[in-house]
Design a protein around this ligand. Structure first.
Ligand code: NDP
Length: 499
């Protein structure tokens, strides 16, 4: 069992390669039992000025290191993460609550990202292209943007940070990272790994503090030229507004209201497994969590019965206990929000078929547990079917055919992930074309993204950018077009052409 030393329990900012203690600190709690885990700096905005200064100096040198050399650091980071996978996973469960198997999966995602983005050090492809004129050469290349700010949420405290920082670093940027106040330990561990891997000082800087102080200082700082943000829709809008005012590049990954569609020809047991995994994994606190099941009327009763029976077998408890299938909710505010939606669902006329209440787990009385919940008789316009609840709550919606199912899926303001269970290849292709989400699964739940594909969503989920995949590089690079005229004379584009 991983423990923290007394020194490790007082987290410090990491600026210009130095660990800087801050006297004003907040407690961070283990959501499984309510115990204090660590103290985290509540920095003031001057820390951002210091980090920007360090990043400015470091980035100039870092951008001149050949990209394969930059990538060597990421290979080392990946190797250390792999070696330390169990420690990182246990600490992740301690601070976030998710069950240990899922924590291991999340850490693995970070390791995969390290090796994948290190590979980009030998690609970072641009294009060479013909030109209109004789004795002239043209190409486009990716260039670093400069200083990048990343702001991350608590629900995937290491994976999302790697999706953002690794492509930024391999592309030659310097990074300032503000982690979520709820989950600061992963940032601390990752900073130590970067340090051990030999990343030059100032290339990554971690500043802890509240979103409204440190996050705000980052988005307002004119020298941070890109903000990559993952979090709620509400905060994302604030971030986008300030970035828009400054014409600053901003990538937003926000909420979801994801659905699993189950058609009458589906393998129902497989669908139940997929729904359980994607609805109750991470206690439903995933941006890709399944929170709606859209089911064909002919199999509604069967699916409902089997789902309710499977939900009864879910063990809820401390994520470090291997028997637990569902861990705690992140904090009291998270619980309160879920409870509020249970009341809303009841008032709207939905039938509370299971769960709907806070749970007390023996020996973990101060933890934040919630029973896996199913609402039936839900209609698509109800608030519980429209708004992100961010907990283990599923709404069952009955439909008559595929067209109605797709329309129901699309009739929300979000567009992150969707899924369809069917054996019919024609339906598969229609659905993958017409579901208006950034990610579509066939015969699998709404979660399970792999790091080499683009991750992100449409409509209220994002603003057109993607985390992960080669597409992530677009956030952290500027395109430069270069023309080389070797004719020795003035040649005018569009005018001195032979055509
Ligand atoms: P929040 O929006 O509350 O916070 C996200 C981050 O923004 C935190 O680091 C927070 O800091 C910071 N922040 C808060 N206010 C400001 C501000 N005014 N300016 C700048 N930064 C600010 O989201 P949660 O942490 O609660 O995460 C849950 C949300 O994230 C859900 O909506 C979920 O769907 C979404 N999400 C989306 C994903 C995607 O890829 N689409 C993936 C994972 C989550 P602090 O912690 O100090 O408040």
């Amino acid at each position: 069992m991983t423990t923290l030393t007394n020194e490790e329990k007082i987290l410090k900012n990491f600026i210009n390669g130095e660990w800087i203690e801050v006297s004003n600190r907040e407690h961070v709690y283990n959501p499984a039992n309510g115990n204090v885990l660590v103290e985290v700096p509540n920095s003031n905005p001057e820390a951002i000025d210091q980090a920007v200064e360090a990043a400015r100096v470091a980035q100039k040198e870092w951008a001149l290191v050949p990209a394969p050399g930059r990538a060597e650091i990421l290979y080392k980071v990946g190797a250390i993460m792999k070696e330390r996978k169990e420690r990182l996973s246990q600490l992740l469960t301690l601070e976030n609550g998710k069950v240990i198997e899922e924590a291991r999966g999340e850490v693995q995602e970070g390791i995969d990202m390290a090796f994948y983005m290190a590979g980009e050090g030998r690609r970072l492809f641009g294009q060479t292209t013909p030109t209109e004129l004789k004795d002239k050469f043209a190409m486009s290349q990716r260039c670093p943007v400069g200083i990048v700010g990343i702001i991350t949420p608590w629900n995937f405290p290491i994976a999302i940070a790697t999706w953002k920082s690794f492509p930024a670093i391999v592309a030659g940027n310097a990074v300032i990272w503000k982690p979520s106040s709820e989950t600061p330990i992963m940032a601390y561990e990752l900073a130590k790994i970067f340090e051990e891997a030999g990343l030059p000082k100032g290339v990554i800087n971690i500043v802890y503090g509240s979103g409204t102080t440190i996050g705000q200082a980052m988005i307002e700082h004119e020298d941070i030229r890109v903000i990559s943000f993952t979090g709620s829709n509400e905060t994302g809008r604030k971030v986008a507004t300030e970035c828009g005012r400054q014409l600053k590049k901003v990538s937003l990954e926000m909420g979801g209201k994801n659905a699993v569609i189950v058609m009458e020809d589906a393998d129902i047991d497989l669908a139940v497994e997929g729904i359980l995994w994607s609805a109750f994994g991470t206690s439903g606190q995933r941006c890709t969590a399944c929170s709606r099941v859209i089911v064909h009327k002919d199999v509604r009763k069967t699916l409902e019965e089997r789902l309710l029976s499977a939900m009864e077998n879910l063990t809820i408890g401390d994520g470090l206990d291997p028997k637990s299938k569902v861990g705690p909710i992140i904090n009291q505010a998270g619980l309160d929000k879920i409870l509020k939606y249970i009341e809303i669902g009841k008032e709207e006329g939905a039938n509370l078929a299971a769960g709907g209440k806070q749970l007390t787990v023996e020996n973990y009385e101060n933890g934040f547990y919630f029973a896996p919940t199913l609402f039936t008789d839900v209609t698509i316009d109800m608030r519980i079917a429209q708004e992100e609840i961010f907990g283990p709550v599923v709404s069952l919606i009955e439909v008559n055919d595929l067209e109605e199912a797709i329309a129901a899926n699309n009739k929300v303001k979000y567009g992150l992930s969707s899924s369809i269970y069917t054996q019919d290849v024609n339906r598969v292709f229609k659905a993958q074309r017409d579901l208006d989400t950034g990610i579509v699964y066939v015969n699998a739940g709404t979660t399970g993204a792999e790091i080499h594909l683009p991750f992100g969503g449409t409509k209220g989920t994002g603003n057109g950018h993607r985390d992960s995949g080669v597409q992530a590089l677009d956030v952290f690079t500027e395109w430069k077009a270069v023309y080389v005229d070797y004719s020795g004379k003035l040649q005018r584009a569009q005018i001195d052409t032979d055509a």
